[in-house]
Design a protein around this ligand. Structure first.
Ligand SMILES: [Zn+2]
Ligand SMILES: [Zn+2]
Length: 271
């Protein structure tokens, strides 16, 4: 007699009972702990991995993020990881795979380099079509490729640290690198600023689009971090939403304070 195993799972050769439900035939042998699990006790993922419910509760399901695996050429790895983070965030963040902060930082560096390049190209276009004031554009051309990545890293570091701190304060348990890795991978959303450079040329719609994209980016990050708080820090729904949204609110406040500081400095009487 042979049990029909679920597709993708390791089927059981000989009839074994589920270790939670005696008498119920097991459908898989858990690849993590080797225990027998019936179809009710199997936790399956959308990417095909199957483990027993106990292992799933311990966070055994790990999203196969292409960037973390690192066995493909850069453009392919970057493209796959970006589409996973942006379009499959619901699966990526609760099941964020373990790995080094350095690797996630490498992803964020790639994003910021692409965004800075797009800024330079658009500024050069603005210069050649004389749609911008030349001295101001030159200053931007020189400062933006440095300032844009710096702003991205400062923002990711602040969000990662405050998210981890708040999640731990609320009773969550995960290493600091989990929060930092998520914050760096979330820079993926900065890529929307590449098409937005074009929208900035539209006089009225450009401004509205920019505001809408800012709001969408902030909401997306808060949502992704809330799912990370549930799946990886083990927080309950309410606490997870608080842990996900608080660091974003703090980052926005920090940004507003910085902008106010800049305005005040610009208008401060020279003494
Ligand atoms: Zn197991
Ligand atoms: Zn069972």
């Amino acid at each position: 007699m042979q049990e029909a195993g679920d597709p993708g799972g390791k089927s059981v050769d000989r009839p074994h009972s589920c270790e939670v439900h005696p008498g119920v035939p097991a459908s898989i042998t858990c690849p993590r702990c080797g225990s027998f699990a019936c179809s009710e006790c199997v936790a399956d993922s959308l990417w095909g991995d199957e483990v027993c419910a106990a292992c799933a509760a311990r966070g055994a399901l790990e999203y196969p993020l292409a960037w973390d695996k690192g066995d493909e050429p850069w453009p392919l790895r970057f493209w796959k990881a970006t589409s996973s983070i942006v379009f499959d965030a619901r699966q990526v963040f609760p099941h964020l795979p373990p790995g080094t902060v350095l690797r996630a930082l490498g992803y964020a560096v790639s994003v910021e380099i692409l965004v800075a390049l797009a800024e330079v190209i658009m500024l050069l276009l603005a210069l050649t079509t004389r749609r911008a004031v030349i001295p101001g554009t030159l200053a931007l051309l020189l400062s933006d490729p440095v300032l844009v990545p710096l702003r991205g890293f400062a923002s990711a570091t602040l969000i990662g640290l405050t998210f981890h701190g708040i999640a731990v304060l609320l009773g969550g348990k995960a290493p600091l690198r989990t929060g930092m890795r998520a914050a760096f991978y979330l820079r993926a959303f900065d890529l929307v600023w590449i098409p937005m450079q074009v929208a900035a040329f539209l006089p009225f719609a450009g401004g509205i689009l920019t505001v809408m994209m800012n709001i969408a980016q902030v909401a997306f990050q808060g949502w992704a971090l809330s799912m990370l708080a549930r799946g990886r820090y083990g927080l309950k729904a309410g606490a997870a939403v608080a842990a996900g949204t608080a660091p974003i609110a703090i980052a926005i406040l920090a940004y507003i304070v910085l902008q106010l500081g800049r305005v005040l400095l610009a208008y401060a009487p020279l003494t």
